[in-house]
Design a protein around this ligand. Structure first.
Ligand SMILES: Nc1nc2c(c(=O)[nH]1)N[C@H]1C(S)=C(S)[C@@H](COP(=O)(O)O)O[C@H]1N2
Ligand SMILES: [Mo]
Length: 564
């Protein structure tokens, strides 16, 4: 017998019910305070609970591009789960409902892990969604079965149904015939009944199918409208308004504009100062945390004499400085682009800590984030006092911090990889001991102490040009960085020949990257270009290749070019 229609309808019924529940949950989550997107919460839970051996996969989830994939994966899994539930539900409606409740409970558990969230709010959002989903599931499954039963009877045995219909027809018509008469009329009735029954079947079948279809389409429509509505409603909950309303941080010591010679006139080289929109973004937050500066506070806690709690206005009232600092991600591969240079406006960390009075033995500064799921980063207390740039930043390139980069405030510490220092959506700075706490990525296998390694990168010729260079003069150019120390030399070698010094652009600051260029007279053929940098301590970057884990990639950036 042809069972595929049954599976097909049941699965659609289940997937649509799950979609409806999800859509309603998202819509409610977008209006109920203290819950954010359930899908995002589940995704965050998945990342957090990923076993250590999947840590590389989890790390790669930090890449911005993987997040939509994770979200999509969760939605698809939900639909698949729903499809499975429908088959359960076909056997027993209460089993199907139970499955939905279990699924809802998972959602509540995930949402309740958000430290800004509330479990009660999560239940208030998910319980009605589960209830609506259950009603849809039961109805859709019933319709699917009805549509299917009729179809099966038509396909399978017209004769059997004809007899059944024949009897039913006679009852319906109220005929009271004797057993003998029935016997005589049997064969004649057989023909007429078969005909009328198949007509009846055909009509019922198409009616039931249409009923299923109608219900399915309405459920799909409500699910889609809820999902779309939730997007719009989440958008309106963004901090765009809050951010637009805050004053531009006005520095007491405005930075001088970069000196003329700090930017080389080479097509395709990295901008000396990275525009905010092009600045790399790395964090565990699946959706950009929306933190309203109006009800935000920065607390300084732990081993301090005077714990502080500053509002945004109080923080802005402190003397602001402007500093160019290049920040980098430990996950940046040799030649990679998880690095950027910005003009940061903020309060020196030192000023805040002096107000709070750091106690003896407080050897670690821990930044805690307001974003859900508890990102933390810890670095040696020394870094706030040893003269490097270390800021609680509120501005980036002359604007309030963009939400993706930590609005309303974040830490920026020159010379340390972001995962141990650059806490975005900062809410607390805790002084503790070095042994007393490990930041978010440390137990996941990343180094506890993580200074940025001296590195250099070839930007020109760019990826697209490399396979088709023309012989003759050709600029090889890029950036080199050794934040907190400064670059003093960059060298280039072609085809593993002798190292030749590149021309350095003027230094912007010791905490920023530095542009360089090497004029090459390119001969035809295949060639290999390499670069290495030396910092002001006299250290030249190592040729030895190391992967980003556990404390940053090493090796020379090497590119192959084809010249004709
Ligand atoms: N709250 C929070 N802050 C965070 C992170 C995070 O996941 N959550 N990631 C850190 C990492 S790994 C890096 S490299 C920098 C990146 O800063 P950016 O996104 O502004 O470039 O932010 C750091 N601050
Ligand atoms: Mo990072």
């Amino acid at each position: 017998m042809d069972r595929s229609p049954s599976r097909w309808r049941l699965q659609v019924a289940g997937a649509l019910s799950a979609a409806l529940a999800l859509g309603i949950a998202e819509l409610l989550a977008s209006v109920v305070p203290r819950v954010s997107s359930v899908v995002v919460a589940v995704g965050a839970g998945v990342i957090d609970l990923a076993p250590p051996r999947f840590k590389d996969a989890a790390i790669s989830l930090l890449g911005t591009a993987d997040k939509p994939a994770l979200i999509l994966g969760i939605v698809v899994l939900t639909l698949v789960f729903g499809a499975g539930l429908a088959r359960l539900s076909a056997r027993s409606a209460s089993l199907g409902t139970l499955g939905l409740i279990v699924f809802g409970a998972l959602g509540v558990a995930a949402a309740a892990r958000d430290p800004r969230g509330s479990a009660i709010a999560a239940v208030a959002v998910i319980a009605p969604a589960v209830a609506v989903g259950a009603v849809a599931l039961i109805r859709l499954v019933r319709r699917a079965l009805e549509a299917d039963a009729e179809r099966a009877s038509v396909v399978e045995g017209q004769r059997a149904s004809a007899e059944a219909e024949g009897e039913r027809a006679s009852v319906v018509e109220g005929e009271r015939a004797s057993a003998a008469a029935e016997g005589e009329r049997a064969s004649a009735a057989d023909d007429t009944a078969r005909e009328s029954a198949s007509r009846l079947s055909a009509r019922t079948e198409s009616t039931d199918r249409r009923a299923f279809l109608r219900l399915a389409v309405s459920v799909a429509a409500v699910a889609a409208v809820s999902a779309a509505g939730s997007r719009i409603s989440f958008e309106r909950r963004t901090v765009a308004a809050s951010r637009a309303a805050v004053p531009l941080p006005s520095p007491a010591q405005p930075a001088a504009p970069p000196p003329e010679g700090a930017s080389l006139d080479v097509q395709g080289i990295s901008n000396l100062v990275t525009p905010n929109d092009d600045f790399y973004r790395i964090d565990t937050a699946l959706a950009t945390p929306q933190v309203d500066a109006g009800d935000w506070q920065l607390r300084v806690t732990g081993m301090v004499d005077n714990p502080l709690a500053l509002t945004y206005d109080e923080l802005l009232a402190m003397p602001q400085v402007e500093r160019y600092v290049t920040i980098a991600c430990v996950s940046n591969e040799v030649g990679g682009n998880l690095i950027g240079n910005a003009l940061w406006t903020g309060v020196p960390l030192r000023e805040l800590l002096e107000r709070a009075g750091v106690q003896q033995g407080a050897t670690q500064i821990v930044g805690r984030s307001t974003d859900g799921f508890g990102f933390t980063a810890g670095f040696p207390t020394e870094a706030a006092f040893d003269g490097r740039e270390a800021l609680v930043a509120v501005g980036m390139n002359g604007e309030p911090l963009p939400p993706a980069h930590g609005y309303p405030a974040r830490l920026v510490v020159a010379g340390l990889y972001g995962y141990v220092s650059a806490t975005k959506w900062l809410r607390e700075i805790e002084l503790t001991t070095w042994e007393g706490f490990d930041g978010y990525w440390v137990p996941k296998g990343w180094a506890k102490e993580a200074p940025i390694k001296t590195q250099s990168r070839i930007d020109v010729p760019g990826r697209r040009q490399r396979s088709a260079l023309t012989a003759g003069p050709q600029a090889i150019a890029g950036v080199a960085w050794a934040p907190n120390v400064g670059i003093v030399k960059v060298e280039v070698r072609i085809d593993r020949g002798l190292w030749a010094e590149a021309r350095l652009a003027e230094s912007l600051a010791k905490d920023t990257w530095r542009q360089w260029v090497y004029e090459w007279d390119a001969p035809p053929g295949e060639h290999e270009l390499q670069v290495r940098a030396t910092d002001s301590t006299g250290y030249t970057q190592t040729e030895e290749r190391a992967a980003p884990a556990p404390d940053g990639a090493t090796g020379y950036h090497t590119v192959q070019v084809s010249v004709s």
